[in-house]
Write a protein that binds this ligand. Structure first.
Ligand SMILES: *[C@@H]1O[C@H](CO)[C@@H](O)[C@H](O)[C@H]1NC(C)=O
Ligand SMILES: *[C@@H]1O[C@H](CO)[C@@H](O)[C@H](O)[C@H]1NC(C)=O
Ligand SMILES: *[C@@H]1O[C@H](CO)[C@@H](O)[C@H](O)[C@H]1NC(C)=O
Ligand SMILES: *[C@@H]1O[C@H](CO)[C@@H](O)[C@H](O)[C@H]1NC(C)=O
Ligand SMILES: *[C@@H]1O[C@H](CO)[C@@H](O)[C@H](O)[C@H]1NC(C)=O
Ligand SMILES: *[C@@H]1O[C@H](CO)[C@@H](O)[C@H](O)[C@H]1NC(C)=O
Length: 753
């Protein structure tokens, strides 16, 4: 049964598995025909939902849930109810047959039921790269995340790892109500203050997949560990972005399998436990917000003031591939940092090609060896990707083997195939879509991942000579790559499939070749660290940044924190050029959202575009959702015909994503809140949008005190019809304070229809 369950792609691309799309695939029915269903109900009158998880109310809810179940018990004596929800949704997860699920449909309060889906899971250098310098043991910031609790929903955690040591950590804040109960073991301390598992039917011995969860937790809030490296590479002090924040791990995955029922239960618990930030490097694919468990759980989280940061997905560079795109979620894409772990290919014709690999054993002599390209053997496509059991047909012994990324084979596994069949080394080449993004993975043999152009050079060389040869030599860790940050090819792109009127992804952050805690040693070193890549890695960086802002501004709403991050992002790389994509061309807002996170500036943005959770109701009605759907999300009665619904672009979001027909004119309003200087004046700076006339009213806003609000309108008029080949125009709307301190920048994209 297990093998039928979905192959999960950790949103870790160093273990490259092009994501096998799982959102529509239900879990397999067992022999009994039972499957785990998620059952959504409508909150009954007189049974108010407990906001603080009061036990009596919860017992009421649970006994009401039981009335939906068939009277028969399971022959195995198992409980039918797997999870009974109290915060995130009204409803439960239970083992049912399709007939039993259908039988519930007539009962009062029933809304919908479906088989649960499986989910995809989608650092030493990053704090410095993000401008967070350590000076005398303290961030050059007002704080290091003190007093903030980050909940990570993931695969578990390697709790004995020094990244989760609590040296110098104060006890948890008094509001903390969470628990520590992994397999009945007491594993917590003042860093890792909560640890719970939402797996059902597992034995503790199986419960060992700490890789992905250790990495993400370490990136968000790991304690400093000196001399962290893998194979001696990327050596330095590994530390999370908010090293003084507390961590709570909510385990929902066993090995590579994670399911919606556990995700909802974990979010339910995290809301009651009192986390401040939720970090989800996981996706259940793209579906309408009322039918997407992450969107549903995240909405209840923001209603409790909890900030939710999620991965944008690893399906880039395809258009509209972004997931976790609800406007109450921070949707995080991935980009490179300025570090390179160099592995150089020297071809027999003396052409040198720099690639990357984290596996850099000291004792390796690099000599010229024959190269072979399995793709040229004409066996089948699997040969191109060095897939399982295909290299047996290729004479790879003692040779350097060319393997292309993708083909649903992880990069590490490609290397393992080559090694198992006697190959000496691997040159990993990108396909066209992979472009210039290269990954420094911990391979099992000498290898170098080179970019697409270099791959073409190798192939050209192979056809030019009878006996092609190459060597691989290791160049160690280099800092200062000038085109960083650059959007990684795998980072999912906009526009948002579920709500194109909201610009997604929101932001990019470090997600390529990130060193952080790991579940086991890959190089036999005492402390286990690994370098991996994915939007799974960029999301926790932003969770850490949110924790820093929350610590400095405990009264800020999740929307205010998001606004601070978005309006202070930058779009220029270290070279002083526009941030580029994996194709080495200027990135668009659909690649990078507002831009790259800039934590020091995000701490003090001047103005914020704030939102109350209730502000989403007119937006949701405006999306065309029916009352039942809106109720599922906001968990209260809503009658959309009584609510003045708004177009998506009218939501008080810090960015604009609008569409204009020829001759169209559209006006939207925004409200900003002063969080900078009490007495300040902001002036609108017009940055022209090609093909669009933008009029902002008023052009100047004066504030007299903090928390004061002011509104302005923006009128977009499309003119001219000569857009050439471009159907999209983008630019920025900037409010600059006369006091010279602040530039509050909103990315704008106009799609011409
Ligand atoms: C890592 O850096 C530390 C501090 O500079 C140094 O003592 C240590 O030898 C380095 N380790 C490796 C493997 O290079
Ligand atoms: C490719 O060929 C190998 C060896 O015959 C076989 O095992 C594998 O299933 C084939 N793969 C595909 C995708 O056809
Ligand atoms: C780690 O140690 C084991 C046992 O000594 C050895 O077989 C393995 O090759 C080592 N791995 C690495 C990456 O050095
Ligand atoms: C990427 O583009 C920049 C600017 O156009 C150029 O200087 C650089 O050489 C390019 N890099 C590669 C690897 O093509
Ligand atoms: C919603 O409001 C409209 C207009 O007042 C009313 O006709 C309709 O019955 C209401 N729907 C519900 C479900 O209450
Ligand atoms: C703001 O400016 C006004 C008028 O100049 C002054 O009366 C007021 O005290 C100032 N407020 C603050 C907080 O500085």
């Amino acid at each position: 049964m297990k093998s039928f369950l979905l192959i999960i792609s950790l949103a870790v691309t160093s273990t490259f598995l092009s994501i096998s799309f799982s959102q529509e695939a239900p879990s397999a029915p067992g022999k009994t025909g039972l499957q785990t269903y998620i059952v959504f109900l409508d909150k009954p009158e007189g049974l108010t939902l407990p906001t603080e998880g009061s036990n009596s109310n919860h017992a009421d809810l649970r006994s009401w849930y039981t009335t939906f179940l068939p009277e028969t018990t399971l022959t195995t004596n198992e409980e039918r109810i797997v999870h009974s929800y109290r915060n995130v949704v009204t409803g439960f997860a239970a083992k049912l047959t399709p007939q039993e699920a259908r039988a519930m449909e007539d009962k009062a309060g029933f809304v919908s039921a479906r088989v649960q889906r499986s989910l995809s899971l989608l650092t030493t250098r990053t704090p410095e790269f993000l401008g967070l310098q350590q000076s005398l043991g303290a961030w050059n910031l007002p704080n290091s995340g003190e007093g903030v609790i980050i909940g990570v929903i993931d695969t578990g955690i390697n709790h004995g790892h020094p990244s989760f040591s609590d040296e110098g950590m104060p006890p948890p804040p008094s509001k903390w109500r969470g628990r520590c109960e992994f397999n009945g073991k007491r594993i917590c301390n003042n860093k890792l203050i909560g640890a719970r598992s939402f797996l059902t039917n597992t034995t503790p011995s199986e419960d060992v997949d700490f890789y992905h969860g250790s990495h993400t937790a370490g990136e968000a809030a790991g304690s400093p560990v000196q001399g962290a490296n893998v194979f001696g590479q990327a050596n330095g002090t590994a530390m999370g972005i908010a090293p003084k924040a507390h961590l709570a791990m909510y385990k929902i995955c066993l090995k590579d399998e994670c399911f919606e029922s556990g995700l909802l239960a974990a979010m339910d618990a995290a809301i009651e436990d009192g986390v401040d930030v939720l970090s989800l490097s996981i996706t259940d694919g793209s579906s309408p917000f009322y039918d997407n468990t992450i969107s549903l759980g995240a909405f209840r989280a923001i209603q409790s003031g909890i900030f939710v940061s999620c991965s944008a997905g690893n399906e880039g560079p395809s258009k509209s591939s972004v997931v976790n795109d609800a406007p109450w979620i921070l949707t995080v894409g991935a980009s490179t940092i300025d570090r390179e772990i160099r592995a150089t290919v020297l071809l027999g014709n003396n052409v040198e090609l720099h690639g990357q690999s984290a596996y850099q054993p000291k004792d390796l002599n690099s000599r010229q060896l024959p190269i072979i390209d399995p793709a040229a053997t004409g066996i089948n496509a699997s040969a191109t990707f060095c897939g399982p059991r295909v290299l047996i047909l290729v004479d790879v012994k003692g040779k350097i083997v060319l393997c292309q990324i993708g083909g649903e084979v992880r990069t590490i596994e490609k290397g393992q195939e080559v090694k198992d069949h006697g190959g000496a080394a691997m040159i990993l080449i990108n396909d066209l879509a992979g472009g210039y993004t290269t990954l420094a993975s911990a391979h099992v043999l000498p290898a170098s991942h080179i970019n697409y152009q270099h791959g073409l050079a190798v192939k050209g060389y192979l056809t030019s000579t009878q006996l092609p040869t190459a060597s691989i030599s290791f160049g160690g860790t280099l800092i200062g790559k000038s085109n960083a940050p650059q959007v990684a090819f795998f980072s999912s792109r906009g526009p948002s499939p579920q709500s194109p009127g909201i610009l997604k992804p929101d932001i990019i952050g470090p997600g390529v070749n990130i060193l952080a805690a790991w579940g086991a040693s890959v190089d036999n070193a005492t402390n286990s660290f690994n370098v991996v890549s994915g939007t799974s890695m960029s999301c926790p960086h932003l969770s850490g940044v949110a924790a820093l802002i929350k610590s400095a501004h405990p009264d800020w709403s999740p929307a205010a924190i998001k606004s601070a991050i978005l309006t202070t992002a930058y779009t220029i790389n270290r070279d002083g050029s526009s941030i580029s994509t994996e194709q080495n061309v200027s990135a668009t807002v659909f690649d990078l959202g507002s831009g790259h996170v800039n934590p020091p500036t995000a701490m003090n943005p001047g103005l914020v575009y704030d939102l109350h959770p209730d502000d989403f109701v007119p937006y949701l009605c405006g999306l065309g959702y029916d009352d039942k759907a809106v109720r599922l999300i906001v968990q209260r009665k809503v009658n959309c015909s009584m609510v003045p619904s708004i177009p998506e672009a009218q939501l008080n979001y810090p960015t604009f994503s609008i569409s204009l027909h020829f001759g169209d004119q559209k006006t939207y309003t925004r409200t900003v809140t002063n969080v900078g200087l009490p007495n300040s004046t902001y002036t609108y700076k017009a940055l022209s949008l090609e093909g669009v006339d933008v009029k902002v009213m008023p052009k100047e806003i004066k504030f007299r005190e903090l928390k004061e609000k002011a509104s302005f309108s923006v009128k977009f008029t499309r003119f001219g019809n000569a857009m050439g080949s471009s159907s999209v125009s983008e630019g920025h709307l900037v409010w600059s304070s006369n006091e010279g301190e602040y530039n509050v920048v909103s990315a704008i994209v106009v799609v011409f229809v």
